[in-house]
Design a protein around this ligand. Sequence first.
Ligand code: 5GP
Ligand code: MG
Length: 219
Amino acid sequence: MHEKSLSHDTFCSTSQIDKSGPFPYNLCGMSNVTLHVLHSRDEIAERVRWLGKQISQDYQGKFPLLVGILKGSFVFLADLIRHLDLPVQVDFVRLASYGDSMESCGKVKLTKDLELPVEGRDVLVVEDIVDTGRTLKELLEELARRGPGSLRSCCLLDKRHRREVPLDIDYVGFVVHEGFLVGYGLDWAESYRHLPDICVVEPGTQSSEKAGPDKGAGP
Ligand code: 5GP
Ligand code: MG
């Protein structure tokens, strides 16, 4: 397959994105990368505010430990905690769920552990997107072994039709069906995390970069 390199201009800010048509738009009106906005920044903000309200109600009088899964969750988690009417602590883990093959290898590796103990804590795991469910399930099983007081999960995007393992997610932002998503923390080969909207990469779009661990599978 012929692959064209993405030029520097492809990584411009969204203010430079060509939005001449409603959707889809081409990034900077160039390159072979075409993105459609699936959830706009306003929709995301409203949903994150709603999630914050639910979590604040459910954890009233508690002091939860929010565990973000790096790297994808960092934008979502940063916004979410500012909608919590609670004292909270935040920690991160880093998990590699994909190999170089651009397909889930079904194995999850903990490449950065928590710095805070979870024993007795009310732990809420925060993930950007759940696909097969293997990443979140394995992390929840690992954290359960450490004896938390309670253990729940929250994801912004749920591709539940792709689930390969049973999983009950306590707080879900959006259920999504469309292809490969980027923006609002989600990457494609480490790019596009900075986009304020959640976008779907148009099928047929090519990248010269290789997907890798937590770089997400290609579209
Ligand atoms: P799972 O173990 O549930 O199959 O994989 C979850 C991880 O796969 C996510 O944390 C994310 O890194 C990656 N992933 C799955 N679907 C997408 C997607 O549409 N876009 C991006 N950027 N990453 C995805
Ligand atoms: Mg993730």
